[in-house]
Design a protein around this ligand. Structure first.
Ligand SMILES: C[S@@+](CC[C@H](N)C(=O)[O-])C[C@H]1O[C@@H](n2cnc3c(N)ncnc32)[C@H](O)[C@@H]1O
Length: 306
């Protein structure tokens, strides 16, 4: 059988099993079984498929047909133009999470002119957010936490491949517990998180690829989906510098509640919500009330010029 024949046959099989984008899936699976890029596959469509390659492809087709996400099978996902390894240990980074990066960069660029920005990411998963920020801001130092040690092992691997491991410290722990006040306060310029935010009873209604394959610990946001915001928001201000920033990813319908929680905390300016490409409020951004310079508070700056 030629590679072209196998490609056509795989496409039909995936189609019968209602896999979305069957042709693209078939191309990517076949290319992976041959250790080729898609371009490489297209340049060699008339070559014969070897028995070993056929076996490798068959295993991948079976996984895909039974609903496993393509990204886990290929062990790859691109985020912010960075190649990341992903597997069942971590959530597959979503394109909408790039809004967190877009909203963080202007803040970090400004701070980086004065000092090396210090950033905390809670719930790093594959390391996507931390790695993207470290690649963009060359003097940034970051602590990336996760409760899952397995996720952190993979995140570290990704940071190494991306060449930013020397500027990211990966720490295992539950939310802020690694920074408990008795262990010392860390003054961060920016704290950000894409926490688990799915309403628990709705997890069973999610697509099979998500509910059956992605880590539940990365999805479950408690009874109302807001459990993590309730924990992160009050504690964040303790670990932020005055004038520091809190950026939280939210899902449709949550931005109002999350903004209200931040307002009620009382020591943040804002909050403002920023949409993703489909216009859905995606990132809530707020600034810890800055310490005002003496001129504004009523110090020497109040002296009138003679
Ligand atoms: C929605 S995923 C986000 C992963 C990654 N940051 C991204 O955007 O693709 C949430 C992450 O939070 C982690 N997590 C869940 N509970 C946590 C907790 N109590 N403390 C720290 N991390 C937690 C999960 O393991 C998961 O990696």
């Amino acid at each position: 059988m030629t590679r072209l024949e196998s490609l056509n046959q795989t496409t039909s099989r995936l189609k019968v099993h209602r896999v979305e984008n069957p042709r693209l899936n078939a191309e990517l699976l076949l290319a992976r079984s041959l250790n080729l890029s898609r371009e490489g596959l297209y340049r060699s469509l008339h070559d014969l498929l070897q028995e070993k390659e056929k076996e490798a492809l068959e295993k991948m087709i079976q996984r895909r047909i039974s609903g496993e996400p393509l990204q886990y099978i290929l062990e790859h996902q691109e985020f912010w133009s960075i190649d990341l390894k992903v597997d069942s240990r971590v959530l597959i980074p979503r394109p909408e999470t790039e809004v967190l990066i877009e909203q963080s960069l202007p803040i970090l660029s400004e701070i980086s002119l004065k000092r090396n920005p210090a950033v905390l990411e809670i719930g790093t998963g594959s390391g996507a957010i931390a790695i993207a920020l470290a690649k963009e801001v060359k003097n940034l130092f970051l602590i990336a936490t996760d409760i899952s040690r397995d996720a952190l092992i993979l995140a570290k691997e990704n940071a190494k491949s991306a060449g930013v491991l020397d500027r990211i410290k990966f720490v295992a722990g539950d939310l802020f517990s690694p920074f408990h006040p008795t262990k010392g306060r860390a003054p961060f310029d920016l704290i950000l998180s894409n926490p688990p935010y799915i309403i628990r009873r709705k997890i069973s209604t999610l697509a099979e690829e998500v509910k059956d394959y992605e880590p539940r610990i990365a999805l479950d946001g408690g009874e109302d989906g807001l459990a993590f915001y309730r924990c992160i928001i009050p504690e964040a201000s303790f670990y932020l510098r005055e004038g520091g920033w809190l950026l939280l990813e939210v899902v449709l319908g949550q931005s109002g509640s999350v903004s209200k929680m931040i307002e009620e905390k009382g020591n943040f300016l804002g909050p403002r919500c920023f949409p993703d490409l489909s216009g859905i409020g995606r990132v809530v951004k707020a600034q810890k009330i800055p310490v005002l310079p003496p001129s504004v508070k009523g110090g020497r700056g109040d002296l009138k010029e003679l």
